[in-house]
Design a binder for this molecule. Structure first.
Ligand code: CA2
Length: 154
């Protein structure tokens, strides 16, 4: 079974517990359960990983780059949180794992928020971007990854 990674960055472990007007009431555990179930329907084995540490996120991207290279992973759905707007290291990590499709996903519409959220270092190296659909965005991103994968095998 091919692997797919749901990767969440800093503070997303707080999802559903604070700032409900911005991020909703669904917890990260709920999101992960839905993601695993939807991935299973696609015939994929989902891993979910959240970290508040930039280096841990980079290590996961490298790991999935290796899995992708040997045909054992399909890609990554990634909400980099606030690192989106600051991290050249994440940009370089995604660029460095040649071909691994990474779908950048944001719960809120970052473009309707403060100006500092309009800049993303991840977008230029992402295979696709999903923004502003609430936590449904994670499943929409998974669907996008499925379409990318179908295209690559047909
Ligand atoms: O909209 C998104 O998904 C963001 O990636 C969320 C980040 C923010 O810095 C980005 O600009 C947009 C913040 C994640 C913090 O998540 C929390 C969730 C609940 C309570 C507190 C923080």
């Amino acid at each position: 079974m091919k692997k797919v990674l749901l990767l969440n960055g800093p503070n997303l472990n707080l999802l559903g517990t604070r700032e409900p007007t911005q991020y909703g009431n669904t917890t990260l555990a709920d999101v992960e359960t839905q993601f695993v179930q939807a991935a299973a329907r696609m015939g994929w084995d989902a891993e979910c990983f959240q970290s508040n540490w930039e280096g841990a996120l980079i290590d996961k991207i490298h790991e999935y780059g290796q899995w992708f290279k040997v045909g054992q992973a399909v890609g990554v759905v990634f909400n980099p949180g606030a690192f989106t707007h600051t991290s050249i290291a994440l940009h370089d990590a995604i660029k460095g794992v040649d071909g691994l499709p990474v779908i950048e996903t944001h719960i809120s519409n970052v473009h309707a928020r403060e100006e500092f959220r309009h800049r993303s270092w991840v977008s230029p190296v992402a295979a696709g971007i999903v923004v502003g659909f609430g936590v449904d965005g994670y499943l929409l991103a998974l669907e996008g990854l499925h379409r990318i994968h179908q295209r690559s095998v047909s």
